[in-house]
Design a protein around this ligand. Structure first.
Ligand SMILES: Cc1cc2nc3c(=O)[nH]c(=O)nc-3n(C[C@H](O)[C@H](O)[C@H](O)COP(=O)(O)OP(=O)(O)OC[C@H]3O[C@@H](n4cnc5c(N)ncnc54)[C@H](O)[C@@H]3O)c2cc1C
Length: 297
């Protein structure tokens, strides 16, 4: 056994209380598809206890609350892929979760685990980032719990490192209900024999003006393009500055993303020069799809 106790709390207060009692010696687990491999391979110290978050009330639901789509941290990729709410309001997220692993992985692996594992190319994370999502961080406080919503990017510290303390949990994610004339899309390139992470993934969301010609809002996420998931802010600015969202605007966004992204060569996946070319291929595809969807919306 790599741990001595396994807890399955039903409330977030109970889960936080357990994390507090174990004083840093317990580890949160959801689907276990990243964590159990890390424990098996010894890249993660064996914890005294595992705290399973998948039975916590509210962690498994998708709902609209106050103009936002709220997705519980323990919602699986399979549930996201098939959620009509997410397909409508966060198409990029549904598309990104639909390519994670195979069906067996998607049936148990969660969005919370994908984000908390903090890899810059994690597919669900890239889809979520393009929706300008926020994350709910739940913390133990004397006598209960406190929670705060913060920008998704604020919880990443580096490859495989998040900024959560051992007394905190991710509770949920939220992004705005799709405004009129908005669309989003995700695409990635993966080695045919690849396991776990793509060579490059790109997601985008655009909102058009009433005439359908100019961008009123744009968000673009690329991974891996730096130590944490990357928002291509220069590309977003190029789209917003364009008088019309046609091919020249898309090419300006591509050039800006290629210039801003901090690409690197990875031994098992691809060279940085190849990734540079893939930014153009994927961003053209994703922006074209997002703009088409926005014009139909
Ligand atoms: C065969 C295979 C293929 C895969 N393919 C892909 C792929 O194509 N794309 C991709 O992005 N990933 C892929 N993965 C990686 C993995 O499946 C995903 O990252 C998955 O979303 C992790 O979720 P989980 O619920 O299994 O997390 P777990 O393994 O349970 O946890 C991962 C980490 O997150 C922490 N954690 C989990 N939930 C919370 C929470 N609510 N609050 C705080 N911390 C939390 C855990 O403590 C742990 O550190 C693959 C994995 C396997 C084994």
């Amino acid at each position: 056994m790599r741990w001595q106790a396994y807890h399955r709390p039903a409330t977030v207060e109970e889960a936080l209380s357990l994390l507090h009692q174990y004083a840093g010696k317990a580890q949160v687990v959801a689907g276990g598809t990243d964590l159990l491999l890390d424990l098996q391979q010894g890249t993660h110290a064996a914890p005294a206890a595992l705290v399973d978050v998948t039975a916590i009330r509210g962690f498994n639901t998708v709902a609209v609350e106050g103009g936002a789509v709220v997705v519980g941290a323990a919602v699986t990729h399979a549930a996201i892929e098939s959620s009509p709410l997410i397909r409508q309001h966060g198409t990029a997220l549904a598309e990104s979760c639909s390519v994670v692993g195979g069906p067996q992985v998607r049936n148990v692996a969660t969005l919370g685990g994908n984000v908390a594992h903090a890899l810059p190319a994690a597919d669900g994370t890239i889809g979520l980032l393009a929706l300008d999502a926020e994350v709910q961080v739940c913390s133990w406080v004397e006598g209960g719990m406190a929670d705060v919503w913060q920008p998704l990017l604020s919880i990443f510290a580096g490859p495989g490192k998040n900024r959560l303390t051992p007394h905190q949990l991710l509770g949920a994610f939220r992004f705005s209900v799709c405004p009129p004339h908005s669309g989003s899309a995700f695409d990635r390139i993966m080695r045919p024999q690849g396991v776990a992470l793509p060579i490059l993934g790109v997601a985008a969301r655009v909102t058009l003006d009433n005439a359908g010609g100019r961008a009123q809002a744009a968000s673009i996420a690329v991974g891996p393009a730096g130590p944490i998931p990357f928002r291509a802010t220069e590309s977003e600015a190029a789209l917003l500055a364009a008088p019309e969202l046609g091919p020249p605007a898309i090419e300006a966004a591509v050039a800006a993303a290629q210039q801003q992204a901090a690409l690197r060569t990875s031994k098992h996946r691809a060279s940085k020069e190849y990734r540079h070319e893939l930014i153009a291929v994927l961003l053209r595809r994703v922006l074209t799809a997002a703009i088409e969807r926005a014009r139909l919306c």
